[in-house]
Write a protein that binds this ligand. Structure first.
Ligand code: ACM
Length: 530
C-alpha cells in the first residue's frame, strides 16, 4: 500500500471507529450461532475461503464506507446498498457522516497490495463488526460485492437483538478469475429483445461475475442498430424477424443506454455485425451490397448460408467502414465482432480478401477484431481473436497464427440447444445439452492443441430462432449460464459437479426473487423452501 493511501485509510478507519465507539458506552455482547463460510452457496466458487465460524450482524446500525480517493468505489458502495435494499429491505447509508448509531461497517477499500494479481481480484474479510473489501480497482470491488450479496441470508435472525439482524458468516475470501473473458451472447436479430430485456439479462449476468455481453446485432432476418449514414438498414430491415413478427431495433441512444448500464455492472458490450454472410437484412435495405446474384427479399425463416455481400465492390467497403465507424464511436469496449461464419455462398478467395480488408477497417477504428472460427482461414494477424464454435481445425489454425481464442463449443456452451427431449424451446443440431454436460468440462483442456495462454476465455451464446420473449430466453439461459460463469471464473481444481449441484440448487430463491423463468432441470434438487 502506498504511504498516502495507507494514511488516508488509517484516518478514515479512525473516524469510523470513533463514530462507532463515541456514542456507545457499552456494546452488548452478541452471541451468534456457529457458521461456516466455506459451505456457503457462492457461484462462481472463489479461489480460497477460510471460515472463522462466527457472524457479522448486518442490521440498521451498519454503514458502508468507501475509499475517498475514488468516485468509482463510492458507486460500488451505492450499488451494494441498493441491492441490499432490494433483497432484504434494509437501508444502509453510504459514506454517511451523520449516522450516530454505527455499530458495524462495510469498508470498500482501494488497495495496492501485490497479492491482488488482476484488476478483478479481491479480498473479502468478514469479522464480527466489520466487513472489508480490498481491491485494486472498482471492478474488483464490484466482483467482491457479488460474493457478499450471495452470502447475505434471505431471512433475518430476530432473537439475537431486539431488532432484525441478517447473519453473514465470518472468514476470509481471496479470489481471482481464471479467465479474463467470461461472456454470453444474445442474438437480438432472429428475434428482437428490448432495452429493458437486455438490462435484466445484464443484472443476472453480473450477479455471477460474467464480464462480457456480445450482442449479435444483424443477421438475415433483421438489422437491429441505427446507422445514421445508412438509415434504411433499420427503416426497412429493423421490423422483420423469424416467424414474421414485428422485430425492432435500437436507436444509437438506446444502444448507448445499454452500454452505460453494462458499464455500471462492469460488463463490456461487444457489438457484432455478421458478414460477409448472414447479410440478407442488409442487402434487402441496400441491394447494391448484394453478392449472391439473386433479387434480395425479406427472409423470416431459419435457414443459414444463402446470403453474401459482394466482396469485390468498393461500395461494400465504404458501407462497412461507415457501420464500424458509427458503432465503434459509441462502444467504449476494445472489441468489434465481424461474424464471418457460414459464408457458404462467398467464394473462398473473396472471403479471404474480404476478411483481410475488414480487419484493417476494424483496426482503423481502434478495435480488436473478433470473428467466428472460420476467420482463421484468412491472412489475419495475431491481434485478432477467433471464437471457436464448431470447427476444431479452424481453431487450431487460429492458435498457430498466435491468435487468442474464445471458447464457445456448441455442444457445451450453446444456450439455444435443447436440454433434453422434453425441452419446449431450442434446437438440437449440436445435440442435447443438459445442465451437467454444460458444466462438466474444462476450457483449459478442451483442445490439447491449444496453447493455454492463447485461451482468452469462454462465452455462452444464445441464438434466438425459437425464443420470442424474456420468459423463453430465461428458460434456455438459466440455469446453464450460471455453470458457464463458474467455468470462466473458477480453476478446474475448485470445480466439481456434486458440489456445484448443491450450490446451484440454492440459487432457486435468487432466481425466484428476480422472476427468472429457469428450466427446473430434474438433475438438480432445487431448494425452493427459503
Ligand atoms: C454460428 O453458430 N453460426 C456461429
Amino acid at each position: 500500500m502506498k504511504k498516502t493511501t495507507l494514511l488516508k485509510t488509517t484516518l478514515l478507519l479512525l473516524v469510523i471507529i470513533s463514530i462507532s465507539c463515541g456514542e456507545k458506552k457499552k456494546k452488548p455482547i452478541l452471541h451468534f450461532p456457529e457458521t461456516n463460510l466455506a459451505n456457503e452457496n457462492i457461484i462462481p466458487k472463489p479461489s480460497k475461503i477460510i471460515a472463522t465460524n462466527s457472524a457479522f450482524g448486518l442490521d440498521s446500525n451498519t454503514v458502508i464506507y468507501t475509499s475517498q480517493t475514488s468516485k468509482e468505489f463510492e458507486e460500488v458502495g451505492l450499488f451494494l446498498s441498493e441491492k441490499i435494499k432490494e433483497h432484504i429491505n434494509l437501508t444502509i447509508p453510504v459514506n454517511s457522516t451523520t449516522n450516530e448509531t454505527v455499530e458495524r461497517i462495510i469498508y470498500i477499500n482501494k488497495s495496492d497490495s501485490i497479492s491482488l494479481t488482476t484488476k478483478e481480484s479481491y479480498e473479502l474479510y468478514i469479522a464480527k463488526d466489520s466487513i472489508i473489501i480490498n481491491s485494486k480497482s472498482a471492478e474488483g470491488a464490484f466482483r467482491a460485492v457479488q460474493t457478499l450479496r450471495q452470502i447475505i441470508p434471505n431471512k433475518s435472525n430476530d432473537t439475537i437483538t431486539n431488532h432484525k439482524m441478517w447473519l453473514v458468516p465470518t472468514g476470509k475470501i481471496t479470489d481471482s478469475p481464471n479467465f479474463e473473458y467470461r461472456g454470453s451472447m444474445l442474438d437480438v436479430s432472429r428475434h428482437f429483445f428490448s432495452v429493458d430485456d437486455v438490462k435484466k439479462y445484464i443484472d443476472l449476468l453480473a450477479y455471477y461475475k460474467i464480464n462480457m455481453l456480445h450482442l449479435h446485432l444483424s443477421d438475415d432476418q433483421g438489422w437491429r442498430i441505427e446507422i445514421k449514414s445508412w438509415p434504411k438498414l433499420t427503416q426497412v430491415s429493423g421490423n422483420t424477424e423469424v416467424g414474421g413478427g414485428k422485430g425492432g431495433f435500437y436507436t444509437q441512444e438506446d444502444y448507448k443506454s445499454i452500454v452505460a448500464y453494462a458499464a455500471k455492472h462492469f460488463i463490456t458490450i461487444i457489438p457484432e455485425i455478421d458478414m460477409p454472410g448472414h447479410t440478407n437484412a442488409a442487402v434487402v435495405a441496400y441491394p447494391i451490397l448484394n453478392g449472391n446474384g439473386k433479387t434480395p427479399k425479406t427472409y423470416t425463416g431459419m435457414r443459414v448460408g444463402f446470403s453474401t455481400f459482394d466482396a469485390q465492390k468498393d461500395t461494400v467497403y465504404k458501407f462497412i467502414d461507415d457501420v464500424i465507424r458509427e458503432i465503434s464511436a459509441i462502444t467504449p469496449g476494445p472489441y468489434f465482432h465481424i461474424g464471418g461464419d457460414e459464408s457458404f455462398v462467398t467464394k473462398k478467395k473473396d472471403y479471404i480478401y474480404f476478411l483481410n480488408t475488414v480487419e484493417k477497417i476494424v483496426q482503423k477504428y481502434n478495435k480488436q477484431m473478433i470473428g467466428w472460427d472460420e476467420i482463421s482461414q484468412a491472412n489475419i494477424g495475431s491481434q485478432s481473436i477467433a471464437q471457436h464454435w464448431r470447427d476444431k481445425e479452424h481453431s487450431v489454425e487460429a492458435n498457430e497464427k498466435g491468435m487468442k481464442i474464445i471458447l464457445s463449443p456448441a455442444k457445451k456452451t450453446y444456450l439455444d440447444m435443447k436440454y433434453d427431449k422434453s425441452s419446449t424451446y431450442g434446437l438440437d443440431w449440436a445435440g442435447y445439452v443438459p445442465v451437467d454436460v454444460a458444466y462438466n468440462w474444462s476450457p483449459s483442456l478442451y483442445f490439447e492443441e491449444l496453447n493455454k495462454t492463447n485461451i482468452l476465455g469462454l462465452e455462452a451464446p444464445l441464438w434466438s430462432e425459437t425464443i420470442t420473449n424474456m420468459a423463453t430466453l430465461e428458460y434456455l439461459a438459466f440455469p446453464r449460464i450460471i455453470g458457464h460463469a463458474e467455468l470462466g471464473w473458477s480453476v478446474d481444481e475448485k470445480r466439481n459437479w456434486d458440489n456445484y449441484k448443491i450450490r446451484l440448487a440454492n440459487q432457486a430463491s435468487y432466481l425466484k426473487r428476480m422472476n427468472v423463468n429457469y428450466y427446473p432441470s430434474q438433475l438438480i434438487d432445487w431448494n425452493i423452501s427459503n
